[in-house]
Design a protein around this ligand. Structure first.
Ligand code: PLP
Length: 415
């Protein structure tokens, strides 16, 4: 359920016509629906009733301060993967005691900043990282709360670029070495072992890989406790998928919640979850204008829009599907077109061989389900200023990130 719906032929975000927003803020622009985000945030939490849990939003999926602040107000903590995300989470009013620091490599200064902030937990991914973190903590005459991210070696059945728990993955400590790694962690003077973690991938369609991972983590937790480690928290990561409109809908948050509750209830630990995409993907669209249409070889039709792979990387990076719709009343008929951006790369295709109503220069379109890993991955490639971000609430809206200017493009450069 989302609040980007048609009224009298025109697409709206909540009660604001998208055509009006395009006039006011220009294109391309990311537009978010506050009602949709809040709804998802609440549905996710209520799906997990029955567990003692803390939901830590994965900042990397949608790092805008205004969005983070809404989630703080909903009681969310944050999953961060860099010092920059720690800064964002803190600026948004996030409580350090609800922040988990993930990632396969952390710099000493990032570790130090997170220790100073007093975060809940470092999710470490290797023996060497444990030693590095211990050194940083000892230098600061403190101890760092750690969990080891374990690779539970389950196949999440998702795109290879977003599967993270295959045996060949760079992520996590291989299951076979986990007990030894915990012995090391327990022996290091700067660490206190407090948790165990996993994250098996992203855009996962059904509950089976989660149930499988939960079963393995449950077993491991009991082994680690028997080994004498006082494990207080089990972090199950994020990863539940959302419908992009190109296949069967993934499991619902309710089904996911029920499966996790069944697999984990009764464990004497707090459960951490790190949803990202699930909360924000459908709460945002990318609003863009058609620049022109052109005909290629053998009648192939291209619709060139003013958004490109620098604004929305997912189609180029993962061959991801985003539904495209005209903002105005769709014209009669349909044709098969490639929707492309102006960037000088053959990969700059936002939709390939897509059946769409006829489009022409000046028409507005949206790319749906762009709220997660959309603006987050935007770049200035081809010296294209990054888009504005707009947050809609009912009849009102506000700019939550100004469109970049040409000045922004050269900020910090010297000749
Ligand atoms: C990316 C990431 C997440 C969020 O994944 P989603 O698929 O967006 O839910 C959670 N935890 C970690 C460690 C991640 O790297």
């Amino acid at each position: 359920m989302n609040h980007f719906q048609r009224k009298r032929g025109q697409l709206y975000c909540e009660d604001v016509p998208l055509a009006e927003l395009a006039e006011e803020v220009g294109t391309p622009a990311y537009v978010y629906s506050q009602a949709t985000l809040l709804r998802h945030a609440r549905v996710f939490k209520s799906a997990l009733r029955g567990l003692d849990f803390l939901a830590c939003f994965a900042v990397k999926s949608a790092p805008n301060l205004a969005l983070l602040r809404l989630l703080v107000a909903e009681g969310y903590g944050f999953d961060i993967v860099s010092g920059g995300e720690l800064f964002r989470a803190t600026e948004a009013g996030g409580d350090a005691r609800r922040i988990v620091f993930s990632g396969v490599g952390k710099r000493a200064d990032e570790m130090a900043a997170a220790l100073d902030a007093g975060i809940l937990q470092f999710n470490c991914e290797s023996e060497e990282e444990l030693e590095q973190l211990s050194r940083v903590a000892v230098r600061k005459k403190t101890t760092a709360p750690v969990a080891l991210r374990v690779n539970p070696e389950v196949d999440a059945r998702t795109h290879p670029y977003i599967a993270t728990a295959l045996a060949s993955s760079k992520f996590g400590v291989p299951a076979a070495r986990v007990r030894k790694a915990y012995r090391l962690a327990a022996s290091l003077p700067g660490l206190r072992v407090e948790g165990v973690a996993c994250h098996i991938g992203s855009q996962i369609a059904n509950t089976k890989p989660f149930v499988e991972a939960a079963g393995k983590m449950r077993e491991l937790l009991l082994i680690l406790r028997a080994d004498g480690h006082e494990i207080l928290r089990l972090d199950m990561g994020g990863g539940l998928g959302v419908p992009y409109g190109d296949g069967p809908a993934p499991a619902s948050p309710k089904q996911y919640g029920e499966a996790l509750v069944r697999a984990l209830e009764g464990l004497p630990v707090k459960i951490l979850l790190e949803p990202g995409r699930l909360l924000v993907a459908n709460a945002g669209v990318l609003l863009s204008r058609v620049l022109l249409t052109k005909e290629g070889h053998r009648g192939r039709k291209f619709v060139v829009i003013d958004a490109a792979m620098n604004d929305l990387l997912r189609p180029a990076l993962y061959e991801a599907f985003h539904e495209i719709e005209p903002v105005g009343r769709p014209r009669r008929g349909a044709e098969r077109v490639d929707v492309v951006g102006p960037v000088c790369e053959s990969a700059d295709v936002l939709a390939k061989r897509r059946r769409l109503p006829p489009l022409s220069s000046g028409d507005l379109v949206i790319l749906r389900t762009a709220g997660a890993y959309g603006m987050a991955m935007a770049s200035q490639y081809n010296a294209r200023p990054r888009p504005a971000e707009v947050l809609v609430e009912g009849r009102s809206w506000r700019i939550i990130r100004a469109r970049e200017t040409y000045r922004d493009l050269i900020r910090g450069e010297t000749t």
